[in-house]
Design a protein around this ligand. Structure first.
Ligand code: FAD
Length: 501
């Protein structure tokens, strides 16, 4: 309610936020979670909670008039996107000048829209990226804990080898291996037993029915089914959906006072609330957390926040690309939306690349092999606060994406040379083979050990914490969800032990 005081508030409900909510609740601390997106638990007129990728409706995207899918064209034709009514849909594309960032909106954050690939980073690279974090504790305790809580599982290899739904992956994997590049299976939070029932025709299709970036109606163990369900079960945690935090300040008692807007489906303002708390956890994602902190610092509400807030941002070296296969190498009409294999060339000192074999479930044969490459791009962007627009803007140029493109190109050139194949230029607009202007993996903006102490406590203030992807300095070498989760587990354990005594 308006004016209420709670011991702890968590902003957002993605990975970092969900871990915070569970561990605070278990410690007996009354906690309110504030999430700007919807609670996705009620079916629409078609009986489904989420819409499909092939016929998106207003549930697909966050207040857009037309969908903005990552692959915008096929054969240069604008056949992918659809006009929609503005609505608090589940996937947002935040467009900065030279970089667009996809993020999930809803109770569960990115877990509602992502591919669920749950990859533990290489230890040597983790130590390079986060040298201040005890790697023994991470690899012995927090990574396994995160995998258990997230319900990570791995596809059965016999099913993988035999099902038509992974032909696209087998084709791409064989080509990489023939070019001398290693492939690895990738674990996921999608329930592969459920997927086998989908394939057998005994369960409703979700991953095998073209669902993923606009939500999975079945199969995916998103955070609302794991961490957030456990958090609610403690009886100490409440979640308020469609509650967006606008600003943070300190009140005279040393509590954090939040201005929060409760909005409806037409984005109408239902109520502006002031909520106070003793301990404040920011889990609004790399973009959301950084923007709230920059606004607080640069409007003078929390002037002692570190100069480092806003810097150290990167897209995890994300570059998407696609190859055209020969006619005798079809990739299949039927494709699972959940990637289960990666090409691992990270040991190549010239160009470190880890690329997931991505599906293109178009419902027609395309002969396309699609990839999301994660590269070791050292370039970093910076967020600044634009006072006139009251928004964070990202300082990142297309040039800064080029080291990632060069690395990806050097690897895929080897595959093309080996097989006499070429790139597809028709998928990303403007005759481009490499999509270097969007990402799925925004990381940084409030970097661990720079803007915070070694556990995510914001420099300059007490009882104020960052818990999400904003802590990771721009790159982690694999899909980031397990790292975000495990790091939050580690940080929350230390914070609850020391700061709530
Ligand atoms: P998020 O999950 O981004 O959650 C932040 C939440 O905070 C959101 O729900 C947002 O609505 C809310 N919020 C923001 N601002 C406010 C505010 N002011 N007030 C209230 N609420 C607010 N990663 C993987 O590891 N494997 C994958 O397979 C994978 N695939 C992906 C596919 C897609 C299409 C996308 C978009 C991402 C993918 N990712 C994947 C990335 C992964 O989902 C993100 O790294 C992860 O979700 C980030 O977690 P987080 O805790 O930082 O915050």
């Amino acid at each position: 309610a308006n004016g209420a005081h709670v011991p702890a508030i968590v902003i957002g409900s993605g990975y970092g936020a969900a871990v915070s909510a569970l561990r605070l609740g278990e410690a007996g601390i009354e906690t309110t979670v504030l999430e700007m997106g919807r609670l996705w638990n009620e079916p629409g007129g078609d009986g489904k909670v989420f819409c499909t990728m092939t016929s998106p409706d207003e549930r697909s995207m966050w207040f857009k008039r037309r969908t903005e899918a990552p692959l915008s064209t096929l054969l240069w034709l604008d056949v992918v996107n659809r006009d929609i009514d503005p609505y608090p849909g589940v996937l947002d594309r935040v467009n900065y000048a030279d970089m667009s960032v996809y993020v999930g909106r809803g109770v569960g954050g990115g877990s509602l829209v992502n591919g669920g690939m749950a990859v533990v980073p290489r230890r040597d690279y983790f130590e390079e990226v986060l040298p201040g974090v005890d790697a023994n504790a991470m690899y012995d305790r927090y990574f396994p804990l995160a995998q258990t809580e997230l319900q990570v599982n791995t596809i059965d290899t016999e099913f993988y080898k035999s099902t038509e739904y992974y032909r696209f992956s087998r084709v791409a994997a064989a080509q990489a291996e023939a070019a001398g590049i290693k492939t690895v299976f990738v674990p996921d939070v999608y329930d592969f037993d459920y997927m086998e029932r989908e394939a057998a025709g005994t369960a409703e299709k979700s991953a095998l029915g073209g669902e993923v970036i606009y939500g999975n109606n079945h199969g995916k163990m998103s955070l609302d089914k794991t961490y957030l369900a456990s958090a609610l079960a403690t009886g100490k945690v409440t979640i308020a959906a469609r509650h967006q935090v606008r600003s943070i300040e300190l009140d005279a008692d040393g509590n954090y006072a939040l201005t929060v807007e409760h909005r409806g489906d037409a984005d109408e303002l239902i109520e502006t609330k002031r909520l106070t708390c003793r301990h404040l956890f920011l889990g609004a994602g790399s973009l959301g957390t950084t923007e709230l902190l920059l606004r607080a610092r640069d409007t003078g509400a929390l002037p002692d926040l570190d100069e480092a807030v806003g810097s150290g941002w990167g897209p995890n070296g994300n570059v998407m690309t696609a190859r055209a296969n020969h006619l005798w190498n079809p990739t299949g009409l039927k494709q699972s939306t959940i990637p289960v294999m990666g090409i691992d060339d990270w040991d190549n000192p010239e160009a470190r690349v880890f690329a997931e074999l991505a599906p293109l479930p178009a419902g027609i044969e395309t002969w396309i092999s699609l990839y999301l490459a994660i590269t070791d791009n050292p370039e970093r962007g910076r967020f600044t606060y634009d006072a006139a627009a009251d928004k964070a803007v990202l300082d990142w140029s297309l040039e800064q994406a080029q080291p990632g493109v060069a690395a990806a190109k050097s690897m895929f050139d080897r595959i093309n040379e080996r097989h006499g194949t070429s790139y597809r230029y028709d998928l990303f607009g403007d005759d481009r083979a490499f999509a270097d202007d969007f990402c799925y993996h925004p990381l940084g903006g409030c970097v661990l050990g720079k803007a915070t102490d070694g556990y995510g406590r914001l420099n300059g203030y007490e009882r104020l914490y960052a818990t999400d992807s904003s802590l990771i300095p721009g790159s982690i070498g694999v899909n980031p969800l397990v790292t975000i989760t495990a790091l939050a587990e580690r940080n929350l354990e230390a914070i609850i032990a020391a700061d709530f005594a």
